[in-house]
Design a binder for this molecule. Structure first.
Ligand code: 7TS
Length: 404
């Protein structure tokens, strides 16, 4: 049985106060909080077996290597990858996308086409624009409608034999829209294009099965799903990762080095130059264990209740306009109140101990689409409660009175 009060005991940060008020953390889309079970794994690593991996003959190094590789297998099983070496440890989603975008530099020709969606985080736009600059490839954009739903007919029209890559987020960080990635992937494959799905916002709520999806690349960050910052993953199909050149050179990623010629290591090490975030990788595995023990279906169902409850309450407040009303949404609500600047409301809520995010959320094209500078964004996790939403609504009403 899911008991939010029991769950909350796992998160020490939820006991603190901010500006003299109990913390209400509604910025989960930016980063999630970390449970004791994950903090303990990090602390245990540094206390008991901190050592560099893959290169030591001694016991600590062996132990660290085994636990790190075991974490890779946990990630493999979570995302149902066929092989552990299809999981590359990275520093996060941004790093993962850059590995792929950089890898295609020599695989594209001028005039090749790439397709992105209108609702991407900058980290799934800019690396591809840089790739276009290097290769002469052309970036096309799948439009969206006012509700924040992608226009799949327009996408079908954009696809052609020239399309080499499609990259879309599974869930939009600014709108919460869950995109129909099964269909997006199928259509791309019919055209002969490869697909990268940015799973940064989906991973805390939806367990993606990369084999069932037949997705070519799937990326995410551990810190979105109760893990630490500075670690994430790139999943790629073996045959595709094998064709991509390494992103960085250095230790660990080589087979043989001489001044005449260097050969590269096999997967996954080819993409893992240098000492990685060892404790982070191990903690990523622990975070998945933690969330799987609660269950992703349980988490998603509870968060949907919070989403519906908060949306109803917000809509009753005069002047509130919600951006992103797709039928399939995760627990993210972006909104504005009349002409009040989002930052002003965010600052007042902060004084009340309520953490929300304001601004363009690294998704400026979405803000341009709605012709707004930014929004107030609240994003829920499974440790949030309806009572916290009640406090937010009261606080918001007060803030509006102060600012009008
Ligand atoms: N893609 C999406 C959909 C994201 O939401 C984010 C981070 C990233 C990529 C980048 O992830 P990183 O771990 O490499 O930084 N999103 C947010 C956010 O919405 N507010 O702060 C960070």
């Amino acid at each position: 049985m899911f008991d939010v009060n029991e769950i909350r005991k796992d998160f020490p940060i939820l006991e603190r106060t901010v500006n003299g008020q109990p913390l209400i953390y509604f910025d989960n889309a930016a980063t999630s909080q970390t449970p004791n079970q994950v903090i303990e794994v990090i602390s245990n690593y540094y206390r008991n077996y901190n050592s560099n991996i893959h290169r030591g003959v001694h016991a600590l190094s062996q132990e660290a290597t085994d636990v790190y590789e075991n974490a890779r297998q946990k990630i493999q099983h979570h995302f149902n990858a066929a092989r552990a070496h299809e999981i590359i440890f990275t520093s996060g989603t941004t790093h993962s996308i850059n590995i792929v975008a950089s890898g295609y530099s020599k695989l594209l020709q001028a005039g090749d086409e790439l397709i992105v969606s209108a609702m991407e985080h900058h980290s799934n736009i800019v690396p591809w624009q840089m790739l276009c600059d290097r290769t002469g490839a052309i970036l096309k954009v799948i439009p969206m409608d006012q509700a924040g739903v992608l226009d799949i007919d327009a996408y079908k029209d954009l696809l052609s034999k020239k399309t080499k890559l499609v990259f879309v987020n599974h869930v939009s960080n600014a709108l919460g829209t869950v995109n129909p990635i099964e269909e997006i992937i199928k259509l791309a494959h019919i055209s002969g294009a490869k697909v990268l799905i940015d799973g940064a916002q989906a991973s805390p709520h939806i367990k993606a099965d990369v084999q069932a999806l037949e997705v070519d690349y799937y990326v995410t960050s551990a810190h979105k799903l109760c893990g630490p910052t500075g670690v994430g993953m790139l999943y790629g199909k073996e045959e595709l990762l094998s064709q991509l050149p390494p992103y960085q050179g250095g230790g660990e990623m080589i087979a043989e080095v001489s001044f005449e010629k260097t050969t590269y290591a096999d997967l996954p090490h080819k993409f893992e130059a240098g000492t990685p975030n060892i404790a982070g990788g191990i903690a990523f595995g622990a975070a998945l264990d933690y969330m799987n023990a609660i269950g992703f279906e349980t988490i998603a169902a509870y968060e949907q209740e919070l989403l519906i409850y908060a949306t109803e309450q917000l809509k009753e407040i005069d002047g509130v306009k919600i951006y992103g009303e797709a039928p399939q949404k995760t627990a993210v609500i972006s909104f504005n109140v009349d002409e009040i600047h989002p930052y002003d409301i965010g600052s007042i809520l902060d004084k009340m101990g309520i953490a929300v995010r304001t601004g363009h959320h690294c998704a400026q094209p979405i803000m341009d689409f709605y012709k707004i500078p930014g929004t107030i964004r609240i994003s829920f996790s499974f440790y949030n409660t309806e009572k916290e939403i009640d406090t937010l609504i009261k606080g918001l009403k007060k803030a509006i009175l102060m600012l009008k």
